[in-house]
Design a protein around this ligand. Sequence first.
Ligand SMILES: Cc1cc2nc3c(=O)[nH]c(=O)nc-3n(C[C@H](O)[C@H](O)[C@H](O)COP(=O)(O)O)c2cc1C
Length: 208
Amino acid sequence: MPSPRKPKSAAKKSVSIASGSNRLIVGISGASGIVYGLRLLEVLKGIGIETHLVMSKSAEVTLAYETTVKVAAVKALAHTTYSNTDIAAAISSGSFKTRGMIIAPCSIRSVSEIATGVTSSLMSRAADVVLKERRRLVLVVRESPLHTGHLRTLTQASEIGAIIAPPMPAFYAQPETLADLVDHTVGRVLDLFDVDAGLVRRWRSDDQ
Ligand SMILES: Cc1cc2nc3c(=O)[nH]c(=O)nc-3n(C[C@H](O)[C@H](O)[C@H](O)COP(=O)(O)O)c2cc1C
């Protein structure tokens, strides 16, 4: 039996009160729209937020179908990456402080696991931990059309505290490229964490 670690000094403890405030968990699951996860990682890296990435096996499949980007290049965008089977990873515990978690894109399979608390992977376990710690969980759920079972699952996830933020384009921002559409969604997701990366063309902000 390993001996318990010695508690750190009181002085060290008081310094660490705000720890986790610059840390975000990013999950990428196997829904279409892997570009949202990639752009999110890129933007967070650019503004110095410490990202902790977990990607599902299906996300690796969609990555290959939807882009020419390699898995290693995605992982290189993150501060730390974990295997989705590593249920002992730091992000599987609430004692590892973070600001919350974004899953982008989020598949119906993943949101279903989260809604029911089944948590058979690190991704759903980390999301469950974020919810139990009353931190922010934003799910960029992508599927269409939705049957009643999907809608019930989304309601259930919302009822336990998740924010359901499907990647729906906002045309009032007058996007000219696909990158504009992606940036608007990523920017609005980051708004939910009070992070302004300058990606959002805000409604009527040009009038002032
Ligand atoms: C190219 C491709 C696109 C997919 N798009 C979606 C999608 O938009 N939404 C969804 O819920 N599942 C989608 N799937 C199916 C998921 O990948 C599948 O349900 C998988 O089991 C999800 O596992 P995960 O949640 O562990 O990533 C897609 C699969 C492929 C190969």
